[in-house]
Design a protein around this ligand. Sequence first.
Ligand code: DON
Length: 322
Amino acid sequence: MAKIENERQVVRSNVDVVLCDIFREITQRKERGQVAAYIPELADVDIESFGLAVVDAGGKVAAVGEADTPFSIQSISKVFTLTLALGRFGDRIWERVGREPSGNSFNSIVQLEFDRGIPRNPFINAGALVVTDLILSGHEPREALGEILSFVRGITADSSIRIDETVVASEQRAGFRNAALANFMKSFGVLVHPVEHVLGVYFHHCAIAMSCRQLAKAGRFLAHLGRDPSTNLMVVQSERARRINSLMLTCGHYNGSGEFAYRVGLPGKSGVGGGILAIVPNVASIAVWSPGLDVNGNSQLGRVALEMLTTRMGWSIFGNFQ
Ligand code: DON
């Protein structure tokens, strides 16, 4: 027993040392990508910001940098809406959205016409709009949004999590591309609810603000077969947790998903706020934040930090190498 405890100590101090090394390295980097200027409010975020938090299986948190500063989770919210929709509708959701990587940008419209309005996967914007439409079933927009926010607060055990209304207003003013996607899908009969309701709920859930620490906590059920180890409650069936992880791996970084799998080796979901949620099955949930994005709209240094972390810790779903 003592030996195991000692080994745990070693692993634990490793994470802390590795996080400090990553922090030192990342803060020195000059090439940080570009902030998401198409949502004007996100263009004002300090590109030098950086935070990283890791929650292990026992619930211990290791963190560096601005790990307690809330940022706009944007597309990472699509993991939570997918989880909710799967819980409510099960496999019927796959009648309205696919499960294949798109190979196009997150807000692309080109494929939708070929696929008769059925989006390739739930993480591209079109797919997430369909998931939001599903969550609206039997609800007023306010209730649907309440359900999403309660879910996120529940899995983090943190009722302080809020929606940033300034970001909502900013995206609502400039969200022409999403409006086009929603109207296009509506014309195919793929969206059931009024376009403005779907867009309204979607913009709001994208504007949820969370810190790395909160986000890493929120991802724990995905690292532990659907169960939140802090409460021991099943958030989602274990089979579904596995499947959400598989979609995060294949589609979570849009047309950068292959590169992310190659370099980081974990299921991950990015957002244009510069956050990434990454899952080490059975081991840890990780959240990183660096607002500068690469050409695919994924956090440039967030990915670099995760690559350093998984390499140093030997964390990869393709083979644990330590
Ligand atoms: O719909 C949008 O464009 C944003 N609210 C979310 C996009 C996003 O986060 C893509 N992720 N990297």
